[in-house]
Ligand binder design. Sequence first.
Ligand SMILES: Cc1ncc(COP(=O)(O)O)c(C=O)c1O
Length: 410
Amino acid sequence: MTDTATAETAPRTDLFAKFDPIIQTRETLLASGVEDPYNLVMEKVLSPTRAICNGRDTILLGTYNYMGMTFDPDVLDAGKQALADFGSGTTGSRVLNGTYQGHKECEDALKEFYGMDHAMVFSTGYQANLGIIATIAGKGDYVVLDIDSHASIYDGCAMGKAEIVPFKHNDIEALEKRLKRIPEGAGILVVLEGVYSMLGDVAPLKEMVAICKKYGAMVLVDEAHSMGFIGENGRGVAEEQGIMDDVDFIIGTFSKSVGTVGGFCVSNHPKFDIMRLVCRPYVFTASLPPSVVATAATSIRKLMHGSNKRAHLWENSRTLHKGLLDLGFDLGTPEPQSAIIAVIMPDLQQGAMMWEALLREGLYVNLARPPATPANMTLLRCSLCAEHSEEEVQTILQMFERAGKAVGII
Ligand SMILES: Cc1ncc(COP(=O)(O)O)c(C=O)c1O
């Protein structure tokens, strides 16, 4: 026996005690007999819009595969070729042995896609926000951000130790009020999103960016949910609103329209390249596997010519939005603003019942709940794909009608 084993032990505080409320909520929900909405396994994925779940062919309406690139033959071929030519992984950081030809090609594709001077590829979009925000806004600087910002934006602020100044969601006046109060001469980064992922609503970027300029703030826009789809060339809401040249940094991800995994930042800032040496979530992690950057680069290049797909996705979004409204569902936006259509549920219990009823119908959507959602809402988040056919959208509406009536929501 060792000395430590015999030593008297002090009572321990259970570090898991803080999770008791969330454990309790989960147990109450599952005790009601509904299936766990956060534990679904896709047994086989058949296409961008269909998978086998619980042994049944299911329409996918809860992925971020907006442009349906995950099974694109050119994308798959590029990935297979890179796997054969470069192996399964880089086993290193971008600044050491982890930059392959494919990473450079992927950054070139991004520069071309956005028409920007610099592009930097990260291992996830989460790390891109974490890294860029934490590195450029440090102690003594201010980050002014929409209160509904993604967790990776908040985490970037916490890591950088800048002063966080949130403002009311999409409220132009609230943004100006906050900017007005910041001491003159302080460094200010305003962080906005093109499309907010919970309600699928679009930011008034044009007006907001004009105000940022007035107060000498730099602007970062996260276009995670708009890349590929919104804007004439799919560059996002900044393109749609004609302000590409006024934005300092655009953050994006490969895990949505691009159809794989990874993140990036593009910028015209002349000193941007120094980020490669000072940005810790870029330096201190392994780079993306060669097959991933090859699929991403191929997908990005194809998205430049995706106007037919974009038009079809808008059509799907309009049809689903109108159909759900006509059925009597309460939606997150008065009109379709993106590929995300959020159906507001009365509460978590009924939301989970509706989610399960839809799954039994053969439809998968996302059940979103606080703290991820704004204003304590429970949402059934529907994300459309350019590969959903017109018939599939009609089938989806019929499923919503049957499930909604069975659960008593409509
Ligand atoms: C707005 C926003 N930014 C960043 C991310 C992170 O992206 P990734 O999945 O590549 O980490 C997400 C992911 O959901 C997001 O919604």
